[in-house]
Design a protein around this ligand. Structure first.
Ligand code: SF4
Length: 396
């Protein structure tokens, strides 16, 4: 479970780091972490360039342990992507459709609610992101969220990325602040972090022209934090960005978090190339994903949770990532289109037991959490009658 106050986990961290012997070239970084100092841009470059991934992973895991001991978190949620119709055409996106495409869809409020009803008795979160529908303004989303809260008051609504908030605000002719206020008052509980991509406008001009700028992404999240709406933040890596631009991204998020403390979780995920229009993307290997997760843990000392988003990286890498500084594997999900159209084959039929097994295989203790990380319950695997019967039959 969380180690609570910053001073408590930082003391744990200092003690645990000093109990180990580290390669000499890692000493400056270990000293900074032990002293509670933030790592610099040049520390970031050192970590990205080092050949010693094992040491990077070990340090990241010690930081994770200082905060959460050997707990790793998951939640029980469903993803509903409300529409794939989008007025933009980001080059990495395999999900969006033009309005007249044969497989374009837009779930009206009744359809959305009926879909959610299929899951409502066993989820505590609905996660909804989608395209920028040309007509869905603040009235549509306020009515949707109010209806969901009327019908399912215990389900937390985590919905709408920064660019969707910007689109709704523009379409409705109201400010970002008033858009967020109205959505919050209609039942929106938190924002997912999607759409950050790389917070560098040169990269954005290539991969997602027309989307919100880097500063707009940060301003929208800052405004949400000021209104008491917690948010997550993400990074899409492995397209056309440089290592320096990745570090810039981490530093921008860390600077905002120093001001607001509103980010709950950072979710770094690699670009998946199927059906995209980005042939020049560099793509990311398995070890690069693990390195990115470990470096996120080390650079983002002020964002508590680092997620290994199994919908994107798959169960096997997610399991390994829990040994490289990640502490969360997201949720049951059950329905997901955005990553699967881009090439993910992560299973969508995982129940709590399957998620717990991923956590246990990584050497951690599975803990079910709510969306806002304010309620925790250790998950104990049920006894396996089939296995027990087999053993009995074998005379064990
Ligand atoms: S990433 Fe989002 S904004 Fe960009 S094209 Fe896809 S659905 Fe539209």
């Amino acid at each position: 479970m969380p180690a609570g106050e910053s001073s408590v986990w930082r003391e744990n961290l200092s003690r645990n780091l000093q109990a180990n012997v580290w390669p000499s070239d890692f000493e400056p970084i270990v000293t900074k972490l032990s002293n509670g100092e933030q790592l610099s841009r040049s520390d970031g470059h050192f970590l990205f360039n080092s050949k010693d991934l094992d040491t990077i992973g070990r340090i990241a895991n010690i930081v994770k342990f200082a905060r959460f001991d050997n707990s790793a978190f998951f939640n029980v949620n469903v993803h509903i992507n409300q529409t794939n119709i989008c007025t933009l055409a980001c080059r990495f996106c395999a999900f969006r459709r033009g309005r007249r495409a044969k497989d374009a869809y837009a779930m009206d409020i009744d359809e959305y609610v009926e879909d959610l009803r299929n899951y409502a008795n066993h989820v505590d979160e609905v996660h909804s992101v989608g395209g920028l529908h040309p007509e869905w303004d603040i009235e549509h989303y306020s009515a949707l969220f109010s209806r969901v809260k009327d019908e399912f008051p215990d389900i937390h609504i985590k919905a709408l990325t920064a660019v969707e908030i910007k689109h709704i605000s523009k379409l409705s002719g109201i400010t970002i602040r008033n858009t967020l206020k109205k959505l919050r008052d209609s039942g929106l509980g938190s924002l997912p972090g999607g759409g950050a991509e790389i917070l560098d406008d040169d990269v954005r001009a290539i991969i997602c022209k027309g989307k919100e700028s880097s500063s707009e992404y940060l301003e929208i999240h800052q405004t949400a934090h000021e209104l008491g709406i917690p948010t997550n933040c993400t990074m899409l890596f492995g397209t056309v960005e440089t290592i320096d631009q990745r570090i810039t991204h981490l530093l921008k998020l860390r600077d905002l978090q120093d001001k607001t403390e509103g980010f709950q979780c950072f979710v770094p995920y690699p670009f998946l190339p199927d059906d995209s229009r980005l042939p020049e993307a560099q793509l990311a290997s398995g070890t690069e994903i693990l390195r990115m997760i470990a470096i996120s843990r080390l650079m983002l000392d002020n964002i508590p949770h680092i997620k290994a988003y199994r919908m994107n990286i798959g169960d096997e890498i997610a399991e390994l990532a829990l040994q490289f500084g990640a502490d969360d594997i997201d949720g049951t999900v059950q329905k997901e289109s955005i990553m699967h159209l881009a090439g993910s084959n992560a299973p969508l039929d995982h129940d709590k037991e399957m998620l717990a097994k991923i956590v246990i295989n990584s050497g951690s203790k599975p803990v079910q959490r709510n969306t806002t990380y304010t309620s925790f319950e250790e998950y104990i695997l049920p006894k396996a009658p089939a296995r027990r019967q087999l053993r009995m039959a074998a005379g064990e």
